[in-house]
Design a protein around this ligand. Sequence first.
Ligand SMILES: [Zn+2]
Length: 299
Amino acid sequence: MKRSTALGALILIGALSLGVKAYQPPAADAPKVIEVEKVKDNLYVLRGGGGNTAVFLTATGVVVVDAKNPGWGKPILDKIKELTPKPITTLINTHTHGDHVSGNVEFPATIDFVAQENTKANMEKMPIFKEHNGVGMTKRTFKDKMTIGKGADQIDLYYFGPGHTNGDAWVVFPALRVVHAGDIFANKGLPLIDGDNGGSVLHIHESLTKAHSGIKNVDTIINGHTPKNTTWADLQEFADFNHEFLTWAEGELKAGKTPAQAATEWKLPAKYVGYSATVPALFGGLEGRIKRLQDELKK
Ligand SMILES: [Zn+2]
C-alpha cells in the first residue's frame, strides 16, 4: 500500500468513526414527509417542508396555495395524487419567500400561477426562477382583490397592505369559511418582517385589522407555519398584539433608546396566552424589527 493511500484510508476510517456520532443527513437527502390534515371534504392542509400548503378540490381541478422549500414540489404533487385524480389547474403563492414558492418550479409549466403584483416583482428577483427558465413564475396578478371561479369553487384573493412583505395575499374559500393567511399571520408571536421585500412593522397591524373587517364569514385560518389552524378571533387578537408591540417600540424610540437597547427590554404581555416569547433570529431578531420601524418612521 502506498503511503498516500494508507493515509487516505486512515483519514477515511477517522471520518467514518466520527461520522457515526456526528453525521446528520443533509436536508436535501432527508425523507420528505408531508402530513395531511383534512379541513373540509374538498380542502386539505399539507404540512412539512416549509410553509403550510392548501389543496382545494374544485369541479374542474385542483387549486394549490404555496409550494414549500426547494425540492418539495414533487412530494406535494405525489401527495395530491393520493387525494384526487383531478388535474392541477392553479398554484397561488401567498408571498415571495423561498419556503412558499420554491416548489413552484416542479409544477406543470402549463398551469395558472397567481400572486399579488408586488409578490410577482419580488419573485422575479429570485435566482430559482431564472435557473428554471421562468417555470413557476407568476402568470396572473392582482392588486387589491380578485375572484377565481364561482359558487362552491369560488376563491377570493385580497391584499390589505404591507406586513410580512409588501405582497401578502389572503386566499379565501368563501363556501368553506376558510382563509389561508400565509405568513402575515404565520404563527402566534412577533412576526417576521422582511424589510427588503417591503414588509412593515409600522403598518402590519393595520393590514391585519383591514383583513379582519374586510373579509366576511370566515371561521378557520390556515396560518403560514402553525401545526394547527387558528380562528377568526385569533386574527383580531394577533392584530391587537402587533398594535401593542408597535406602540411599545415607538415609545422606546421616542425615549431615545437605540433598537439594541430597546430589544433587551421587551417582554411578552401576559394576556397573549399561547404566544411565543422568543423572537426568531431571522431579519435581525427583535433588534432588527425595531430598526425596521425606526427606518420606516424616518420616511
Ligand atoms: Zn415568509
